[in-house]
Each structure stands twice: as structure tokens, then as C-alpha cells.
Design a protein around this ligand. Structure first.
Ligand code: TMP
Ligand code: MG
Length: 204
């Protein structure tokens, strides 16, 4: 755990297309951190338990329809409502391992027609900036093995291919500490380098 100076917790985000195995890797990472004596907790976005999260959940399950800009802003609001809790935990020295964050927000909405990357990024400007973003790369062979998508909105191969392209655009941002991992090998803890100096998401 190079560079983890001081006692504030690290903000570690896992990103990727649907079915990449982020949730599994998040749990493994939390376990590994805890076993190495570092307090760690998992979070996920969207957090479907809040009032805003329930609106998002109904939308994803196709139980309601929401206008595209509206749901984008709800996803962002669902992150903002957790910021006080996130900051408290990080200050207490707890490392947060987060299943999706603002990058999913931008990648998914900008995969819809008529959405520009910079418009999509704006609502998340000012969120706590991750110390590390691990992108879980699902290779095509593995994707085929994982079978069909479920019933949720966005779970189609055509849409996910566009989402993957948007993620690739976002990974060009050198101010974000991106690390690409294959779903086959998963997230190892050995290669994690953290920079705890930046504190807020910016618009580049
Ligand atoms: P989940 O499967 O990880 O619960 O995510 C639900 C879906 O929501 C998934 O298809 C990705 C999408 N999503 C957005 O469109 N915008 C966001 O800001 C986030 C966090 C997820
Ligand atoms: Mg899902």
C-alpha cells in the first residue's frame, strides 16, 4: 500500500460496463483491506435505499419512465446526498470501496443520443475525488460466457458497447488515477498506488 500516508481513508472506485464483476471485486477488495488491518467499507451507486434511490430503482427496473436529463441529475443527486457520510468515514480513517461513481454517470448518460460529455460531467463537479479508479475490463469471450443480460434498462449489448467507448474516452483524463484490470485476473491489491492530495472532482 504505497503512498497511503496519514490516517485518512482512501476513496477507491470500481468502474466498468454491466456484468463486469465489479460487485464481487469490491467485496474481495474490502476483505483484503480488512485482513491487512485497514478499516474498509463498501458503498455502491446508485444507492437504491434512499428516496432518490427508489426513483432510480423504479426507472432501472422499467417500472417508471423518467426524462433522460432528469434521471441523470437524480443519479448525481444520489451521490451528493451521500457526501457528508463519505467525508465523515474517510476522515475517520475508513477506506471506502465504491461500486460505481460519477464515471458511470457520465458514461451511461452520454451513451444516449444528444448528450455531450461536458454537460454530463457538470453536476458531479465538486464530489470527493477518488484516489484510485479501477476499471474492470470485461473481454468479449468472458462476456459471452456470462450469458444474457437481465431485464434492467441499459442491459443490451448495443448500449453497453457505446458505454464502453465512453469509458475509454474518460480514461484519457490524466488527472484521474485510472487502473485497468481484466475480469479474468481481477483486482490485485499489490499494484495499488494512491495519491491522497487531490480532493475534488474537476472538469477538464
Ligand atoms: P448497478 O447494476 O450497479 O446497480 O447499476 C445500475 C445501472 O445504473 C447500471 O446500468 C449503470 C447505471 N448507472 C447510470 O446510468 N448512472 C449512474 O450514475 C450510475 C451510478 C449507474
Ligand atoms: Mg445491474
Amino acid at each position: 500500500w504505497l503512498g497511503m500516508a496519514g490516517k485518512r481513508g482512501a476513496l477507491i472506485v470500481l468502474e466498468g460496463v454491466d456484468r463486469a464483476g465489479k460487485t464481487t471485486q469490491c467485496s474481495k477488495l474490502v476483505q483484503a483491506l480488512q485482513q491487512s488491518g485497514r478499516p474498509a467499507e463498501m458503498m455502491r451507486f446508485p444507492d437504491r435505499t434512499t428516496t432518490i434511490g427508489q426513483l432510480i430503482g423504479a426507472y432501472l427496473e422499467n417500472k417508471s419512465d423518467l426524462e433522460d436529463h432528469t434521471v441523470h441529475l437524480l443519479f448525481s443527486a444520489n451521490r451528493w446526498e451521500m457526501v457528508p457520510l463519505m467525508k465523515k468515514k474517510l476522515e475517520q480513517g475508513i477506506t471506502l470501496v465504491v461500486d460505481r461513481y460519477a464515471f458511470s454517470g457520465v458514461a451511461f448518460t452520454s451513451a444516449k443520443p444528444g448528450f455531450r460529455l461536458d454537460w454530463c460531467m457538470q453536476p458531479d463537479v465538486g464530489l470527493p475525488k477518488p484516489d484510485l479508479v479501477m476499471f474492470l475490463q470485461l473481454n468479449p469471450a468472458e462476456a459471452a460466457l456470462r450469458g444474457q443480460f437481465g431485464q434492467e434498462r441499459y442491459e443490451t449489448s448495443v448500449f453497453q458497447r457505446t458505454v464502453q467507448q465512453r469509458f475509454e474516452q474518460l480514461m484519457k483524463d490524466q488527472t484521474v488515477n485510472w487502473q485497468v484490470h481484466s475480469t479474468l485476473t481481477g483486482v490485485g491489491e499489490s499494484s495499488i498506488k494512491l495519491d491522497l492530495h487531490c480532493s475534488e472532482m474537476r472538469l477538464e
